[in-house]
Ligand binder design. Structure first.
Ligand SMILES: Cc1ncc(COP(=O)(O)O)c(C=O)c1O
Length: 460
């Protein structure tokens, strides 16, 4: 008799991975090196020390160590909410009348409401270990800021969060949670930094962007004694920490005798997707298996599907290192769509490289279609998804519907990165029919491309 697959599979604490997996070690071609904006030369760890913790600077540049031990202090806090469940979407499958088997890894079961805690804990821990007196960061949707506020509170480190103005206004309670954990929250752009003042002078009514909030947070860190900056996405180190999502998913699926044909994740800066697909991408690179790996981005901020693979700054203020990535240009300010966490101009260099080499696919989806999927999913699976996560749901549903047409029994795995309790303004606008799809024109995108940096001998 075949064993019935449960609705939710929780690994035990003992089964939780004790190492992160560094996908770069298995990449045939490594991501192009980050460049120091002052010299145009590849960065070395010391170049990153003024901004990042030393251990994290080393993780950032480590292309070779395949597995990295997770310090026991981090594992202890992980146990407050991990292992996270691998869910079988029986009700969704039934509602779609699809022969596909749909699984999702649910990362929203913690107070921050998202996967962001996986890296926030690690980064706060390394800051504490180094004896720092404070941290700064940016937050888009608010999940990262909340996750870091929780983590800094746990390890006893003061935190200043620059929150993208659009989210700050749409989600006042997000700010309250961060303040509950003791963080200082500032709407970005602000007049507390040179970068913010410059952006406000050019565009006083801007709703902000992640790139702009990063500039402010970095400036604040480098101008405050004992402070460093931490970033919740894009960087190699963040994808490394998020590999725990993929490793747990792989283990749980193995226990069920399953392996995904398709793995789907939403992509803002690429951290949840990079973490979820890591072991499956390893299998694809090494020839062990050949799953399809799909990034889903908003049509309003289409860095992979319409961006250019070029060196660009990670922030609007052009003070961070330059990374080779799919980008819309660091000056690109997407329309204030409701999935604030997906409003980033670039994409993680690791994912950009893999996409460029054909290992990964990408699709862009319109916001109204995303909320249709979010509402459908909520009705059948009893979880209110974050708008960011609902991008992955949209594509998972589309893939399942294709299976319905072809009769294929594919196994689909997607990342349900978080919950949407602070996104009710967006849900309301969808229900009221006032939500619109804002898709940039080629001319609008060209303005961002025109501002890509010129680097003598590398990018003229
Ligand atoms: C719930 C949720 N999902 C996804 C993302 C996108 O980030 P990333 O691409 O780094 O996973 C965010 C970012 O804020 C988020 O809050």
């Amino acid at each position: 008799m075949t064993k019935k697959i449960p609705h939710r599979l929780y690994l035990t604490e003992d089964q939780m991975p004790t190492q992160w997996y560094n996908l770069r070690a298995d990449m045939n071609e490594k991501p192009d090196p980050m460049l120091n904006p002052a010299t145009g030369k590849p960065v070395v760890p010391e170049d990153l020390y003024p901004v990042f913790c030393e251990k994290l600077a080393h993780q950032e540049l480590d292309d070779t160590t395949r597995y990295i031990d997770i310090p026991k202090e981090i594992l202890e806090m992980y146990k407050n909410y991990r292992p996270s469940p691998l869910c079988r979407a029986y009700n969704l499958e039934k509602a779609l009348e699809t022969p596909a088997k749909i699984y999702y890894k649910f990362e929203g079961n913690n107070t921050s409401g998202s996967h962001k805690l996986n890296s926030a804990i690690a980064q706060a821990y390394y800051a504490k270990e180094q004896g720092l007196t404070g941290l700064t960061t940016e937050t888009g949707a608010g999940q990262w800021g909340t996750a870091l506020a929780e983590s800094c509170c746990y390890f006893g480190i003061p935190l200043t969060v620059y929150m993208v103005k659009a989210s700050y206004e749409q989600k006042p309670f997000r700010r309250s949670i961060m303040e509950t954990f003791g963080a200082t929250v500032i709407a970005s752009p602000s007049n507390t930094t040179e970068a913010g003042r410059k952006i406000l002078a050019m565009n006083p009514n801007t709703s902000g962007s992640l790139g702009c909030a990063i500039s402010e947070a970095v400036e604040k860190a480098v101008t405050t004694e004992g402070y460093k900056y931490v970033l919740g996405s894009v960087l190699n180190q963040v994808l490394l920490h998020q590999s725990i999502i993929g490793l747990e998913s792989e283990k749980a699926m193995e226990m069920l005798g399953e392996y995904p044909d398709v793995v789907i994740g939403c992509a803002g800066g690429g951290s949840n997707l990079g973490g979820l697909i890591a072991p499956f991408m390893r299998d694809k690179i090494t020839g062990k298996a050949n799953p399809r790996l799909i990034a889903v981005e908003p049509a309003s901020c289409p860095s992979l599907t319409r961006g250019k693979y070029m060196y660009d700054y990670c922030d609007t203020g052009r003070i961070t290192p330059m990374a080779k990535m799919y980008t819309l240009g660091c000056t690109f300010a997407p329309s204030p769509i409701h999935a604030g966490g997906l409003r980033y101009h670039g994409m993680a260099p690791i994912l950009s490289k893999l996409y460029h080499e054909g290992y990964m696919e990408a699709v862009s989806v319109e916001q109204t279609k995303v909320f249709e999927a979010a509402t459908f999913f909520a009705k059948y699976e009893s979880i209110l998804p974050a708008p960011e996560s609902a991008h992955a749901i949209r594509t998972a549903i589309d893939e399942a519907l294709k299976c319905k047409e072809t009769g294929e029994e594919k196994t689909i795995l997607f990342g349900l990165t978080g919950t949407g309790f602070f996104d009710m303004t967006a849900y309301s606008s969808f229900h009221e029919g006032t939500m619109v799809d804002q898709i940039p024109t080629d001319e609008e995108l060209q303005k961002g491309f025109d501002n890509l940096p010129k680097i003598p001998g590398i990018q003229e």
